[in-house]
Design a protein. Structure first.
Length: 190
């Protein structure tokens, strides 16, 4: 599918230094407020999703970056003849922490369906926070807390809604299913 470059503001993806997404957003927001042609950069977005962690039986809400290393800008980068407008292009490129546009020296706008999908992910997580889980069925884990601390087992089931795992642990010579919260387990030290 071809990307139509117009003189209208469009969404572009920037690659930024690791863990600098929020700083880049702050800098670009500051530029938008102070630059003469601030209307050329409309919005800066660091897509985040709300996740729930369960630690010590308590549900903790926090935000996690959907696309680490990327910031999205809604900007007018082209004039009526399809030429790059130097002022917004330079302001963005010279912002501390920005490595460049994902599409290179001639920025290609994102498809509207891509932007809608990103915004939909953000809205969905605000309405229904996702449990933070990096576990998969079959993973070996060590129980770090509770009556079965120091036991090692294999994950048999994951309940994201409750933030719990069912782990098969060898007890008294036979495999026994144990229920543990996400925060009670960790990787097995090899």
């Amino acid at each position: 599918m071809t990307h139509l470059v117009t003189n209208e503001p469009q969404w572009y993806a920037l690659q930024v230094l690791s863990n600098q997404e929020s700083k880049v957003k702050l800098w670009l927001d500051h530029i938008m407020e102070t630059a003469g042609n601030c209307h050329l950069i409309r919005e800066v977005l660091v897509p985040m999703e709300r996740v729930v962690e369960i630690k010590n039986g308590k549900r903790l809400h926090r935000h996690k970056k959907l696309y680490p290393g990327y910031v999205f800008v809604h900007a007018q980068l082209y004039d009526d003849e399809g030429q790059i407008l130097q002022e917004p292009w330079q302001l963005i490129r010279r912002t501390r922490g920005v490595m460049g546009f994902v599409s290179g020296e001639n920025p290609v706008p994102l498809e509207s369906c891509e932007v809608e999908r990103i915004q939909g992910q953000m809205k969905a997580s605000e309405d229904n926070p996702l449990p933070k889980s990096s576990f998969e069925i079959g993973d070996k884990v060590k129980i770090n807390d509770g009556p079965f601390a120091s036991s090692v087992g294999q994950i048999e089931a994951i309940n994201n809604e409750q933030g719990k795992l069912t782990i098969s642990v060898l007890l008294f010579g036979r495999s026994t299913p144990i229920e543990a919260e996400f925060g009670q387990v960790g990787p097995v030290d090899e």
